[in-house]
Design a binder for this molecule. Structure first.
Ligand code: TYM
Length: 343
């Protein structure tokens, strides 16, 4: 039987990259052929702790994330939405997997290496030991992610392509576990939306990210239309005239073209977008792009507002989600305990 699992960190408001790369796909998976399919989407708050968080803001962001996911179309009657930390089995399975996870491979994870590079105090491997900024949890972050997936014996994991490396590690860990103990874990397969990696509006060679310092580098799903128009208007382009698609020579405009195609959806291709805008200049194209983004996001924003006015609804969804997730998690962790010899 198919089981779909995915997660999102509750650090800040999700952006258009999260939406086009993951959330919109979560919604369509839920709406196609729901027979014999379990779907779980987790707000991964334990992962958020790997970087410094303000406790009150974290609490609020989790609720906001649940609200936004539902407003985007995740239907709690079809998909289980829950907070990772409510199911303590995630952390426990992560520990057990930590004891078989390959240390060297973890050190090669892009996630870890990119954090090493951004910490100015680290110039040599020895400095890692003395640095105060990085914690052990950040290093073993992908093992917790593997635990999230394997705890439910997920068969499919819809993610953006930046998560492929983590998914490969989850497969490696599952294989190792299956060989060493008993073959209890299916190997999880990624589900990718092609061409959906959305880049920063400021530095088109970096992905759009919640943690980038400039808010002008991303479109947050809650940005009002005027902000969206302004961010798109001000975003980086190049000095070449017109609209074309060439990610190497023209990364910035190409990013806008893919965004346009992805937001329009309905199998709109890059070629369609370029053809449609062959006579536009950059400014006209940016205006058209802002319009399609606004048209996509305004209904979601109205729904967020409506959900926020329903007192207690989100809490109820999250409580019920945790109940459903717990049933699977408890049963599978018991099995893990048995096969590794803990009981
Ligand atoms: P997170 O919270 O960074 O991102 C959530 C999802 O959004 C996708 N994404 C993007 N897609 C396209 N363009 C972008 N610029 C972009 N930025 C983010 C991500 O690929 C992701 O699918 N480690 C995960 C959370 C996680 C998880 C899991 C995912 C924890 N446990 C188990 C799957 C299964 C993360 O930090 O995602």
């Amino acid at each position: 039987q198919e089981l779909i699992f995915s997660g999102i960190q509750p650090t800040g408001i999700p952006h258009l990259g999260n939406y086009l790369g993951a959330i919109s796909n979560w919604v369509s998976l839920q709406n196609t052929d729901t027979r014999r399919k379990n779907i779980l989407y987790s707000i991964v708050d334990l992962h958020a702790l790997t970087l410094p968080q303000d406790p009150n803001i974290l609490r609020e962001s989790k609720k906001k994330m649940a609200t936004i996911l539902i407003a985007c179309g995740i239907d709690p009657r079809k998909s289980v939405i829950f907070e990772q930390s409510k199911i303590s089995e995630h952390a426990e399975l992560a520990w057990i997997l930590n004891c078989i996870a390959p240390f060297g491979e973890l050190g090669r994870m892009t996630h870890w290496k990119s954090k090493l590079h951004t910490d100015k105090n680290i110039k040599s491997p020895q400095d890692i030991e003395s640095t105060s900024g990085l914690c052990l949890g950040l290093f073993s972050y992908p093992v917790l992610q593997a635990a999230d997936i394997l705890l439910y014996k997920a068969t499919h994991v819809p993610v953006g392509d930046d998560q492929i490396q983590h998914l490969q590690l989850a497969r490696d860990i599952a294989e190792k576990f299956n060989k060493k103990f008993n073959p209890i874990f299916p190997l999880p397969n990624p589900i990718l939306v092609s061409g959906s990696r959305i880049m920063s509006l400021r530095q088109p060679t970096q992905k759009m990210s919640k943690s980038a310092t400039s808010d002008y580098s991303r479109i947050n799903l809650t940005d009002p239309p005027t902000t969206i128009a302004l961010k798109i208007k001000k975003c980086t382009t190049d000095s070449i005239k017109g609209v074309s698609y060439d990610p190497t020579e023209r990364p910035a405009i190409s990013n806008l073209v893919s965004m346009y195609a992805a937001v329009k959806g309905n199998s709109t291709t890059i070629e369609d977008v370029v053809a449609e805008h062959k006579d536009s200049n950059t400014l006209q194209f940016k205006e058209a792009l802002a319009d399609v983004i606004v048209a996509q996001l305004v209904p979601i924003q109205k729904e967020i507002e409506r959900l926020e006015s329903e007192v207690g609804y989100i809490e109820k969804v999250l409580d019920e989600g945790a109940e459903s997730a717990r049933i699977i998690a408890e049963q599978n962790l018991k099995e893990v305990h048995r096969v590794v010899g803990l009981r």
